[in-house]
Design a protein around this ligand. Structure first.
Ligand code: SF4
Length: 319
């Protein structure tokens, strides 16, 4: 678990994320890096270090609520309070108590999940306290599910879809289904048609098409070429939305471009200068200046992916 402190506070489990779907999101990090029920080949957090479907206690609810209250009091108002993490957040317990408590502090409350734990009634019941749940569905047959998501042995595509459909029947809030399509693998018409059929069985309110936009866990995970996602989006019902880069309204107050704030973001995902400028609501020259300092200290490293330069931080590195 990161020990980063949210700027100007004592909050150790929060971060500001430049979310392409949620605008400016105040994230609550629930699980240690990188405990997950999947080991997706496209994961921007790197390979899963603990592949697990065992739910376990995390930071105390009271502590997380206090941190959120402090961050909200001192920082700019986010568009969403988002339960996520450096892995699969529904592995956290007690999720029901946490969602109920956070919902009393701030709304809208979103939960990012790979959806694999929705097969469990207690997880579905816990998530009913959220406003928006954003699960994933990346493959339409078992072989591709195993190839793309590399799930825990207890999981199957059938159990994932059954869990998603059961949750849809029970949940009154919004479900935004994310489909990450990979070039040459799932971002092709035949697979898109089958994914659209499965998505219809689930019945989400919105469908978001994504692809590899940051350095993936495996070099074999390629982005969908050209405007293929735009073309494939019309095959879905409701018509899928292709996720653009994060757009944060300019009027939002500025988070100081401190090395700590930048490191907090880079620990969770590799970013371009543009990503950092958006997340921190700062001009690019200010971002570059701080990056140069961090590069001189060897606190960040540079990677090139799909002709873009990304900056990232290795586990355990601090400034
Ligand atoms: S992309 Fe999400 S579900 Fe897949 S391995 Fe990474 S954290 Fe887990």
């Amino acid at each position: 678990m990161s020990t980063y402190q949210y700027p100007g506070t004592s909050c150790r489990h929060l971060y500001v994320a430049p979310s392409r779907r949620l605008g400016r999101s105040l994230g609550v990090d629930l699980v240690p890096h990188k405990v997950c029920s999947f080991d997706c080949i496209y994961c921007q957090l790197g390979r899963t270090t603990e592949l697990s479907v065992t739910r376990r206690p995390g930071p105390p609810v009271e502590l997380l609520v206090l941190e959120v209250q402090e961050a909200l009091a001192r920082g700019p108002r986010p568009d969403f309070l988002t339960i996520s993490g450096s892995g699969e957040p529904t592995l956290y317990e007690p999720l029901d108590e946490l969602i109920a408590a956070l919902g009393r502090v701030f709304r809208p409350l979103a939960v990012l999940t790979n959806g694999s734990m929705l097969r469990q009634r207690e997880v579905r019941d816990a998530l009913r306290g959220a406003d928006v749940v954003l699960p994933s569905l990346d493959a339409a047959d078992e072989d591709l599910f195993q190839h793309v998501n590399r799930p825990h042995p207890d999981l199957s595509l059938a159990s994932l879809v059954e869990g998603l459909a059961a949750f849809r029947r029970e949940f009154r809030g919004a479900i935004w289904l994310e489909i990450t399509m990979l070039g040459g693998v799932t971002a092709i018409p035949a697979q898109a048609v089958r994914l659209a059929e499965l998505a219809s069985e689930v019945g989400p309110d919105r469908i978001h098409l994504n692809t590899v936009v940051r350095p993936p866990a495996e070099a074999s995970a390629l982005p969908a070429p050209g405007n293929d996602l735009e073309v494939l989006s019309s095959l879905f019902q409701p018509a899928a939305e292709v996720i653009g880069e994060a757009q944060i309204p300019k009027h939002i107050e500025t988070v100081a471009v401190s090395a700590g704030a930048m490191m907090s973001i880079l620990r969770r995902r590799p970013c371009t200068v543009g990503d950092l400028a958006t997340a921190l609501n700062a001009p690019s020259p200010a971002v570059i200046k701080t990056l140069q300092t961090l590069l001189r200290r060897r606190a960040v490293r540079v990677r090139v992916c799909d002709r873009q330069v990304f900056y990232s931080v290795d586990e355990g590195v601090s400034v």
